[in-house]
Design a protein around this ligand. Structure first.
Ligand SMILES: Cc1cc2nc3c(=O)[nH]c(=O)nc-3n(C[C@H](O)[C@H](O)[C@H](O)COP(=O)(O)OP(=O)(O)OC[C@H]3O[C@@H](n4cnc5c(N)ncnc54)[C@H](O)[C@@H]3O)c2cc1C
Ligand code: FES
Length: 265
């Protein structure tokens, strides 16, 4: 336990992959057999920062995470090459729970990365029916469509450069009106997830969403990531059921920065 908290495991990068504009994957050797899709790692960039990243590739030889270059830490990660070293703690968090037969998975932006191992898990279970929606702002930012070639995948872009023109949440509502789903699972921008949870409430479909909050310890100790009445995103989440989200007034409206100050979403 002491090791798990205090010392990141140091690993050599086995491979980096450009997935789309400003989006890359870093893979390293690790046996992922006990990882649940939806769990995350605390990635340590020596001398710079430690940030949370969902696990986007899971097998028993290697795991990986896929990220967008948005600031200092992710730019440093973006510039790393095969053979460079990073540290990680985890896997942390609860991960997704698959329920029912006919499942709709909706990913927006880098939320697609979080959902990718879940999609692979659903596809590996007999008698499950899967529909996936991947949403991005534009074609250049869409990724993992080749990885999921051949599955029932619908694409949406805000500018219509590929697939349905509009928000992933609009496409979700259109599809939900046409077909009965037993469960909806979503990860992406919080405004998108809020709309999807509201749609699921309307159509009475069980829903799970994976939340992002500022993470420091990642193991439920510091209280930085608390939402609602004391739920820790890093430990009780990041995946929450719709009926829990319905009681969290800040869901879809605000989060907190590193100092704890409220920021509008
Ligand atoms: C559970 C979880 C899983 C995530 N998985 C992914 C993923 O798979 N791919 C991906 O691209 N991004 C993911 N993120 C978001 C990612 O952690 C941030 O984009 C990253 O920390 C930005 O760091 P930066 O220094 O590059 O940017 P900054 O300029 O420092 O920050 C840019 C944005 O990232 C947020 N951020 C910065 N540090 C943290 C932190 N310690 N915890 C949470 N948010 C932070 C800031 O609040 C800000 O909104 C995840 C976040 C969480 C909470
Ligand atoms: S980040 Fe410390 S309790 Fe969640």
């Amino acid at each position: 336990m002491r090791n798990e908290i205090a010392y990141p495991k140091i690993v050599k990068i086995k491979k980096t992959k450009r997935e789309a504009k400003n989006i890359k994957t870093i893979l390293f050797e690790y046996d992922g057999k006990n990882i649940t899709p939806g769990q995350f790692l605390m990635i340590w960039i020596p001398g710079l920062d430690e940030i949370p990243m969902s696990i986007s590739y899971i097998n028993n030889k290697e795991i990986g995470f896929t990220f967008r270059k948005v600031g200092e830490a992710t730019t440093a990660l973006y510039n790393l090459k095969k053979g460079n070293k990073i540290g990680f703690r985890g896997p942390y968090g609860n991960g997704f729970t698959i329920k029912g037969k006919n499942i709709l998975v909706v990913g927006g932006g880098t939320g697609i990365a979080t959902l990718a191992p879940l999609i692979e898990k659903i596809l590996s279970i007999k008698n499950k029916k899967l529909t996936a929606i991947f949403g991005a702002k534009t074609k250049d930012e869409m990724f993992f469509t080749r990885r999921f070639r051949g599955i029932n995948l619908k694409i949406s872009t805000d500018d219509g450069s590929i697939g349905f023109k509009g928000m992933a949440s609009e496409l979700t509502e259109k599809i939900i009106k046409e077909e009965n789903f037993d469960q909806v699972i979503t990860c992406g921008p919080e405004k998108m997830m809020k709309k999807i949870v509201d749609i699921c409430n309307l159509y009475k479909i069980p829903v799970q969403a994976s939340l992002e909050r500022y993470i420091k310890c990642g193991i439920g100790l510091c209280g930085q990531c608390c939402i609602g009445e004391g739920l820790r995103v890093c430990k009780d989440g990041p995946v929450f059921e719709g009926d829990v989200l319905n009681k969290i007034s800040e869901f879809g409206y605000f989060k907190r920065d590193a100092s704890g100050k409220k920021i509008k979403i």
